[in-house]
Design a protein around this ligand. Structure first.
Ligand code: IPE
Ligand code: IPE
Ligand code: MG
Length: 237
């Protein structure tokens, strides 16, 4: 198969730069998050029209609780408000939501938990695009939880290394999610920030300087071209 024929099946995005976008415009950081909603919506439309089946977006990390309480409160409000305002529209577009992360955390407001559960239920039958919304997500938590689940489910058994290798990923929250083909991070930072550490083993990485609220379909087209020019060899040659 020609490498140009390799489809982009799963795109993961670290949506970064909302705060800087707002500061550049002398606006409060929170308005950068609000502006990022339009980029997310554009990206969903773009992914559907490019037949990308999986889109994982980093919306709130386990480390983002360290921000000011005003910003954290805003982000909790913003994420539930977004679902209230737009989930019907996303549902009509055939988007199936999954929320990836520690959703049982008592720091997450109950209204958010209810809305996330309802949104998963409402969009369950959809199949145009699988949208994985990483919320209160951190890879270290995810990997540690998988290790605990594996232990608790195999108390009576003596597992070999091979058994662990074969089954470890099945103890993740959503083992049916394929590994990302491409990770995109916006806003110029070149780090992973505790995102999908296990799943990114052979993922192509693209870092762009554009701030997340500025991302549009032209920028995404260029990212896709760059991805298609890569040669994925998985250690072979
Ligand atoms: C990303 O933008 C959004 C979240 C982390 C919720 P930032 O808020 O990190 O924006 P910068 O990096 O400060 O510009
Ligand atoms: C990563 O961005 C988290 C999200 C985009 C939700 P951050 O802005 O929080 O990460 P650092 O602080 O640059 O590593
Ligand atoms: Mg940031």
């Amino acid at each position: 198969m020609n490498k140009k024929d390799i489809p982009l099946n799963h795109l993961a995005i670290i949506m970064d730069g909302n705060g800087r976008w707002a500061l550049n415009k002398d606006l409060p950081r929170t308005s950068g998050h609000a502006a990022g909603e339009h980029s997310l919506s554009r990206t969903i439309d773009w992914a559907i029209s490019n037949k990308i089946k999986w889109l994982t977006v980093y919306a709130f990390s386990t480390e983002n609780w360290l921000r000011s309480s005003d910003e954290v409160d805003y982000l909790m409000f913003f994420n539930r408000d977004l679902l209230i305002r737009r989930r019907d529209e996303f549902n009509q577009k055939g988007v199936k939501f999954r929320f990836l992360g520690d959703l049982g955390d008592s720091k997450i407001p109950n209204e958010n938990k209810i809305l996330m559960k309802e949104t998963e239920e409402i969009t369950f039958q959809n199949s145009n695009l699988n949208l994985v919304f990483a919320f209160n997500y951190g890879s270290h938590n995810e990997i540690h939880s998988a290790a605990v689940n594996l232990h608790n489910n195999n108390l009576e058994k003596e597992l070999s290394i091979k058994d662990v290798q074969r089954s470890f990923y099945s103890y993740f929250q959503y083992p049916e999610i394929p590994y990302p083909d491409l990770l995109l991070r916006t806003a110029g930072e070149k780090r992973i920030s505790n995102f999908l550490l296990y799943q990114l083993a052979y993922t192509e990485l693209i870092f762009i300087d554009d701030l997340w609220p500025d991302v549009n379909q032209d920028i995404l087209d260029n990212v896709l071209l760059e991805f298609k020019s890569r040669n994925r060899t998985y250690g072979k040659n």
